[in-house]
Design a protein around this ligand. Structure first.
Ligand SMILES: Cc1cc2nc3c(=O)[nH]c(=O)nc-3n(C[C@H](O)[C@H](O)[C@H](O)COP(=O)(O)OP(=O)(O)OC[C@H]3O[C@@H](n4cnc5c(N)ncnc54)[C@H](O)[C@@H]3O)c2cc1C
Length: 467
């Protein structure tokens, strides 16, 4: 997203303007805050610190495995100290990976293994960013991508990572087979015919069944996409969103709180020549919004007027390139995040409520709120199981308090029947999740059969599964 020079100046000039803002009974500091305290780099026994991307999760695993091949992994898992937790790029916000037992990284198990027609067999530690060029060499691409491409393939699949587009499934929707090494060291190949129950459970499994080492994926022709980014009043974006989801290959929009504005992003296939995108504007845009928050957070009407002037002047942006170069972007500004997947029919109503709630109670929030649409699939723990879902993601700057996500935002999502993103902050567990997933108990049965002693479960997963 492009912002004017004026926006950048505004952002730079107001960093010190801390203010206390009162909204709906809450008193919220809106100025820039200090760095959150970092945990020690080792624990009392000398075990090294592991932290996730946002810094909100950490652990001191007593053992770390980085196997070079499946045989080494299978052998090591048999005797590994529990809890055994596979980890990818550490980009989940929930406590899926932390363990004081054994942390398993597949960074050495990456790359394309081979092709079966248009389906590619990929080692599970491959980062999405590396998969794009590897598939493009064969004229192929993943059908869709998330906002960033730093994740490992297995890590992204395990939490039902998704992009946007009414005809496009979350990433696991294109998985046609996978290989799993159980905590007992057994290697299982599964697909729709071989071990179909394990396959349906393993496509989205939070790393709780064992370690996925290899995945077979459908691919699509590597087409050029034309990307448009434009800003308009939020009421127009809300009125036109359904038609835009229907019209575009990929469409999403961001409601920018305290501005009355929205940023829209569409992607469509094209044969036009490439027009590569310029440098990412994410940091400048967010700095401008943070600057307005710091300076005017206590005075919503003035903040809105300044923001409208700033955003209203932003020029629309166009880029044309191969999809894998356009669909994911950089996210240099760190945040914590909650995202729920709601029945599509209630998504926009819920969004309006989320925006109104933030504007009433939380003047410190400045991150745009992301709205996407996802095609259904049938993996047992897929939040998109059974019907199209509309995702709403609320972000909090990493230095800011994010407890409001639980107290103010999650209740709205739950009232509308939302299912949480497995990798993003939420408080749901046990029976609450069972009520949202028709195949929940089937999943638990498969899990118990593959890991009868619960060696894959850390305290967070035990809570989640009600063990
Ligand atoms: C900046 C940012 C942007 C994001 N954008 C999006 C987005 O657009 N869409 C979206 O849906 N999500 C998004 N996410 C969330 C992210 O895609 C998920 O949390 C994803 O799971 C992270 O992948 P990872 O490789 O970092 O996995 P990790 O966070 O390291 O692990 C995630 C899960 O995968 C399991 N796992 C890892 N490797 C294996 C393995 N080999 N076998 C079995 N299980 C394994 C882990 O045990 C854990 O349960 C974003 C997150 C960040 C920080």
């Amino acid at each position: 997203m492009k912002v004017s020079r004026r926006g950048a100046l505004l952002a730079g000039g107001v960093g010190l303007g801390a203010a206390a803002a009162v909204g709906g009974g809450y008193v919220v500091a809106t100025g820039d805050k200090p760095e959150p305290p970092a945990p020690p780099s080792t624990d009392g026994q000398g075990h090294l610190l592991w932290r996730n991307w946002s810094g909100v999760q950490h652990a001191y695993p007593q053992a770390r495995l980085a196997p070079k091949d499946e045989g080494e992994l299978a052998l090591a898992l048999k005797t590994a100290v529990a809890p055994i937790r596979p980890v990818g790029a550490g980009h989940s916000f929930t406590a899926l990976a932390p363990t004081n037992g054994t942390l398993v990284s597949l960074d050495s198990l990456s790359g394309v293994v081979g092709w079966e027609g248009d389906e590619v067999i990929v080692r599970a530690g491959t980062r999405l960013g590396a998969l794009g060029p590897a598939l493009a060499e064969h004229g192929r691409a993943m059908a869709n991508l998330p906002d960033i491409n730093k994740q490992s393939l297995a890590g992204a699949l395990a939490t039902a990572t998704h992009g946007t587009g009414v005809t496009l499934k979350a990433l696991h929707g294109d998985v046609t087979a996978l290989r799993l090494v159980t905590p007992a060291g057994k290697v299982i190949d599964c697909d729709a015919e071989r071990e179909p129950d394990i396959f349906n459970a393993a496509k989205v499994a939070l790393g709780s069944l064992g370690v996925v080492t290899q995945v077979r994926l459908k691919t699509t022709a590597n087409r050029r996409l034309e990307r448009h980014v434009w800003i308009e009043p939020l009421e127009d974006a809300l009125a036109k969103a359904e038609a835009r989801w229907a019209a575009h290959r990929n469409f999403e929009f961001y409601a920018v709180p305290f501005t009355g504005m929205a940023a829209n992003i569409s992607h469509d296939e094209t044969d036009k020549p490439a027009l590569p995108r310029g440098p990412d504007q994410d940091t400048a845009f967010l700095d401008a919004l943070k600057g307005l928050r710091n300076l005017l957070g206590f005075a919503t009407p003035v903040r809105k007027a300044a923001a409208r002037a700033l955003l209203g002047g932003a020029k629309p942006e166009t880029a044309i390139d191969e999809g894998w170069k356009l669909l994911s972007t950089e996210r240099p500004v760190r945040f914590n995040e909650m995202e729920f997947h709601l029945p599509a029919a209630v998504q926009l109503k819920a969004l309006a409520e989320v925006v109104a709630t933030i504007e009433k109670h939380r003047p410190d929030v400045f991150f745009p709120i992301e709205c996407r649409r996802i095609h259904p699939d049938d993996a047992w723990l897929s939040p998109f199981q059974g019907e199209p879902r509309g995702s709403i993601a609320v972000h909090a700057y990493y230095k800011d308090d994010f407890a409001f996500l639980y107290t103010l935002i999650e209740p709205i999502f739950r009232r509308y029947g939302g299912r949480p993103h497995w990798g993003k902050l939420h408080t749901l567990a046990g029976d609450q999740l069972a009520a949202l997933y028709p195949r929940w108990n089937d999943f638990l049965k498969v899990r118990a059969a593959l890991d009868p002693e619960g060696r894959m479960l850390n305290p967070y997963l035990k809570g989640l599964f009600g063990v």
